[in-house]
Design a protein around this ligand. Structure first.
Ligand code: URP
Ligand code: ZN
Ligand code: ZN
Length: 452
């Protein structure tokens, strides 16, 4: 047995100062454990022991905008475990003309044999048709119980199609997330900006103002209400969108209509002044939805404090600055959208809130809640006997500075460059195997596909 001693465990019943024993790929014991011959003892003195962190929104090895994201499952999950994330829920993406079952097989192949963290998949449905509808039960059988639809990009569905997806997903109690931006408005506003000669990164937020998100959030909530289905507002970035969610939440009742809300650290740490940085530096922050205003950041932070946000994810979608992002020099609409963060989410999120949130709150937002929302709890997201031995020994006293020079993400920058943070995983176990130590990956490739 591997025994973690002297730490404070974050359990579903609160903090417990006791030992945790891992046998094979499971947590075998929680409580007082006397090590026997052959047991391996791991010292967690001064540390918190969390269930492995779960990032419910990543894009690894994703072909998009004429390129492919810089992180694949090898580099992305190596970076993830270094920061304490033991499971990612990535987006298998069905392109036009493809089937959802084939999309799942494609993404499973991308991840298989090279993932250091566990991998589950949402299915991004981008071509809704009879075949996709017929294949949904098989997809659920294969372990995919959460979905994403887009209201923007060339992957967007119509409102009627989204309603049908929600009605079908409802039949088996799944959850559907949505990229809430009004795509037609974005296209029009982008055209307007370019026509006015506004080609620089600073025009990116002008082409996607808060109203573009809020209108789409409102529409998606109504579609969820109409279908009486569980929905997930992903990467919420605005106060206006939050107000729409508050209004719609009044209509949650006894049925399946329920609104889950996800946001990301970048929307609470940075404002849109980043897009005015010189030397095209703003491209590093071009993601959609864009960074917002101070009042949006404050509103999102307050929503976290009040428990209105269920999960904190990264929307990790990385592109190199020296090559891939350069495609948009001279035309901001051609900058591949997305930013890296898979490695730094726990430390950055704790930096933003410090002692305003308790360790139990961090446990819920970074691990327990994503496991619950995405149907993995209590196998994942909980320190319980019988749960998978995905465990993070978190040392809150380590002070370090985030930098591209010390990261494992396969990109030449990090949006968090120079940020001083406090806390880092001392040990990270994936399925009972040591996957990272003191912020560096081990040799182990211990991640598995999570069939939900
Ligand atoms: O800019 C972003 N966030 N790109 C990733 C794709 C998405 O919309 O989530
Ligand atoms: Zn999105
Ligand atoms: Zn995304």
């Amino acid at each position: 047995m591997k025994i973690i001693e002297n730490g404070i465990l974050l359990t579903p019943d609160g903090e417990k100062k006791c030992s945790l024993g891992m046998e094979g790929r499971q947590i075998a014991r929680i409580g007082d454990i006397t090590p026997g011959p052959g047991d391996e003892v791991i010292d967690a003195a001064g540390c918190y022991v969390f269930p492995g962190f779960i990032d419910g929104h990543t894009h690894l090895d994703l072909p998009v905008a004429g390129t492919v994201t810089a992180d694949d499952f090898a580099s992305g999950t190596a970076a993830a475990v270094c920061g304490g994330t033991t499971t990612v829920v990535d987006f298998a993406t069905q392109y036009k003309g493809d089937t959802v079952l084939n999309a799942l097989e494609t993404w499973k192949r991308k991840a298989e044999g090279r993932s250091r963290a566990n991998v589950a998949f949402h299915m991004a449905i981008c071509d809704w048709n009879e075949e996709a509808k017929e294949q949904l039960p098989a997809l659920v059988e294969a372990g995919v119980t959460s979905f994403k639809v887009y209201m923007a990009y060339d992957t967007a569905l119509t409102d009627a199609q989204i309603l049908e997806v929600l009605q079908e997903v409802r039949k088996f109690g799944g959850v559907t997330g949505c990229h809430c931006e009004n795509g037609s408005l974005v296209a029009g506003l982008q055209k307007e900006q370019l026509a006015a000669g506004h080609t620089g990164t600073w025009a990116h937020p002008l082409s996607r103002p808060a109203e573009v998100e809020a209108e789409a959030v409102n529409r998606f909530c109504y579609l969820g209400r109409l279908a009486d289905a569980a929905i997930n507002i992903v990467h919420l970035s605005t106060k206006l969108g939050l107000e729409e969610i508050r209004r719609a939440k009044q209509f949650e009742g006894d049925g399946q209509f329920h609104i889950y809300v996800e946001s990301c650290p970048q929307y609470m740490l940075f404002d849109d002044s980043k897009y005015s940085l010189p030397d095209f530096e703003g491209a590093k922050y071009v993601c959609s939805p864009p960074l917002r205003k101070q009042e949006d950041m404050e509103a999102l932070k307050e929503a976290v404090r009040c428990g209105e946000i269920d999960t904190i994810a990264t929307d990790h979608c990385s592109f190199r600055f020296d090559t891939q992002k350069q495609a948009g020099r001279g035309d901001f609409t051609k900058i591949p959208n997305g930013a890296p963060g898979i490695e730094h989410r726990p430390a950055v999120f704790m930096k933003i809130f410090g002692e305003e949130l308790s360790m139990t709150d961090y446990c819920s937002l970074l691990s327990g809640n994503p496991a619950k929302v995405f149907g993995m709890y209590p196998r994942k997201g909980a320190l319980l006997e019988g749960s998978d031995a995905d465990v993070v020994v978190w040392d809150p006293s380590v002070r370090w500075t985030i930098s591209a020079a010390n990261q494992h993400q396969n990109v030449d920058y990090t949006p968090f460059e120079g940020l001083e943070v406090c806390g880092r995983p001392r040990y990270v176990f994936v399925n009972g195997i040591l996957a990272a130590k003191d912020g560096e990956p081990t040799e182990a490739i211990a991640g598995e596909y999570v069939k939900r």
